[in-house]
Design a protein around this ligand. Structure first.
Ligand SMILES: [Fe+2]
Length: 174
């Protein structure tokens, strides 16, 4: 048996505000929407993957005003360093604070949606690095500078090897 990850559903207070963020800032498309039952709360399905009807869905059921408390973060992989930069620019345009954090094996941006749900967008670096690991990186660096910084910062860690040379079965091999 192998379970393959498909989607997450978030309970939200303000669907339109949330949708604006996930579509305009993060580039999701609404695949379908409708009430869960007659007069039930609305569910909106979102995806960026043609093979997934929804990678994310939001249900308008949240009543409390508290910040999200059990979700740590949702993480999305992008295929290039330039896309990390694009997300950074989109977040800046949306006045959304972000924290650039690298796990050595990633260059990531951490931020929150308008209801405080944690998010990460990351690009895989060429290295496998023993985890957990994290250091703030300068998101204004270009790709070459950022990779040089990753190498300099993480090369002394217990495991720092090219992904293709890693013997962990849990390394994502390009
Ligand atoms: Fe993460």
């Amino acid at each position: 048996m192998q379970l393959s990850w498909s989607h997450v559903v978030l309970n939200v207070r303000d669907t339109e505000k949330i949708l604006d963020f996930y579509t305009e800032t993060l580039g999701f498309s609404v695949s379908e929407r409708g009430p869960l039952a007659e007069n039930g709360p609305e569910i909106v399905f979102l995806s960026q993957d043609a093979d997934e009807h929804h990678q994310l869905a939001v249900v308008n059921t949240r009543k409390d005003e508290d910040p999200s408390n059990s979700l740590n973060h949702l993480a999305f992989r992008v295929g290039s360093f330039d896309e990390v930069k694009t997300v950074k620019e989109k977040l800046e345009a949306a006045d959304t604070k972000y924290r650039p954090l690298s796990h050595g094996n990633t260059l990531s941006l951490y931020f929150a949606d308008p209801e405080g749900n944690g998010l990460e967008v990351f690009w895989d670096t060429p290295w496998h690095v023993s985890q957990p690991e994290g250091a703030i990186w300068d998101a204004n660096l270009d790709e070459e500078q950022a990779l040089a910084w990753v190498e300099e910062t993480f090369k002394q860690r217990p495991v720092f090897v090219k992904r293709e040379d890693a013997d962990s079965e849990f390394v994502n091999r390009p």
